[in-house]
Design a protein around this ligand. Structure first.
Ligand SMILES: Nc1ncnc2c1ncn2[C@@H]1O[C@H](COP(=O)(O)OP(=O)(O)OP(=O)(O)O)[C@@H](O)[C@H]1O
Length: 356
């Protein structure tokens, strides 16, 4: 795709804002505002005093106009509120701007035809997510995937498992005995599945045992860290699929025990490389303790994206206007809070691959 130069980008933005912003006839022609573009994003510089209010609503309107106008050359990174930057060199009339960060291009899906070959080309510890987006496995505290039925959760999980299997210790809980079980059996990975003869309470009890084992690993590692703060650990990952279904018909005391253990692993696992990967059709306080969500730093919402489906998992996202969600299977939103990527919510296309 053609690269859009900065000057060309600025012209497009100025024209789009002049025509679309509709702030009481104020345009660049009346010298009401200016647009400055850079590699990282653009600034909207208002001339103050202005006949319009510099508030969140104006910021989001500019975001919406720019986001559509610049697609597919740039992906605008959604902000929760107006992002002000000071311009101290300027006169008092233009000493502030709204800043709109962007990434060049649009999120591009990885299309993997040969998984083994693909993996051999990737550095250890790296988890590619899209063509221009990779996460370090070590930087994942806990990862959460939500999505309606058929959105691509199992497919996404299988990809993650395949990418991590050689570098981590994996334990899988699969209440539906579905794709994760097939993958685990093929790859000789421990998987806990329901036994027809046992009750749901019994099954959740076994999941609690697994969480207790994970806590034991945490404790052993904490002792190692006490002696040597630079101790390195192989990531120990506990995957729990269908979280909402798992606890939907168990006794309150069992659910409380389960939530208590899950919260402890989430809180203590972070420093010791003990990680949770949790999947559910829907996440709310009933499916996941808030403290676990707060400890998770990679959040993925697949399929149906709207205010309702995102409010628990992506609470910072006050509105979805201007976020272009790609169509197709295994698409949605991702937020990575690892201090290395912009912590904004970004459109996501999970990789497509052949048989694994
Ligand atoms: N990234 C992707 N690329 C190509 N195809 C995909 C992708 N993600 C999902 N699909 C296709 O969509 C179908 C449904 O995906 P999947 O079974 O993972 O959904 P799910 O969210 O786990 O649904 P359920 O909750 O009902 O189990 C799969 O058969 C798969 O082939």
């Amino acid at each position: 795709m053609k690269h859009l130069g900065l000057e060309e980008t600025r012209t497009l933005l100025v024209q789009s804002l002049n025509m679309g912003l509709d702030i009481r006839g104020e345009t660049t022609f009346t010298n009401s505002f200016d647009v400055i573009v850079s590699e990282d994003g653009f600034q909207f510089v208002p001339r103050i005093p202005a006949g319009y209010v510099l508030d969140d609503a104006l910021y989001q309107r500019i975001f919406g106009i720019a986001s559509g106008a610049l697609y597919p050359y740039y992906t605008m990174l959604k902000q929760n509120g107006a992002y002000f930057v000071p311009l101290p060199e300027n006169s008092v009339h233009t000493a502030r701007a709204f800043f709109f960060p962007w990434l060049e291009g649009i999120p591009t899906r990885l299309d993997i035809t040969d998984m083994e070959k693909f993996k051999s080309g990737i550095a250890e510890g790296v988890l590619p997510v899209m063509a221009n987006l990779a996460i370090s496995i070590g930087d994942i505290a806990h990862l959460v995937i939500a999505g309606n039925s058929g959105a691509g959760k199992s497919y996404a999980l299988t990809y993650l498992l395949e990418m991590m299997k050689e570098q981590t210790t994996l334990k899988i809980v699969d209440p539906k005995m579905d794709a994760p079980t097939r993958w685990a059996e093929k790859n000789d990975v421990d998987v806990l599945i329901p036994d027809g003869d046992r009750s749901q309470n019994d099954f959740v009890n076994l999941v609690c045992d697994l969480l207790s084992e994970a806590l034991q690993v945490v404790r052993t590692r904490q002792l190692a860290l006490k002696d040597n703060a630079r101790s390195q650990f192989t990531p120990y990952i506990l995957v729990i699929d269908e979280l909402l279904a798992l606890t939907s018909s168990v006794s309150k005391s069992m659910k409380d025990t389960f939530f208590g253990l899950l919260s402890q692993v989430a809180l203590l696992g972070r420093a010791t490389g003990v990680k949770l990967i949790l999947l559910s059709q829907r996440f709310d306080a009933n499916a996941l303790p808030v403290v676990v969500r707060e400890q998770a730093n990679v959040m993925i919402q697949l399929g149906n994206v709207n205010r309702k489906t995102t409010q628990f998992l992506l609470p910072d996202l006050s509105n979805l206007d201007g976020i272009v969600i790609p169509p197709g299977k295994g698409t949605g939103l991702i937020q990575i809070i690892d201090g290395k990527h912009p912590a904004n919510v970004m459109p996501l296309l999970m990789p497509t691959y052949g048989e694994v």
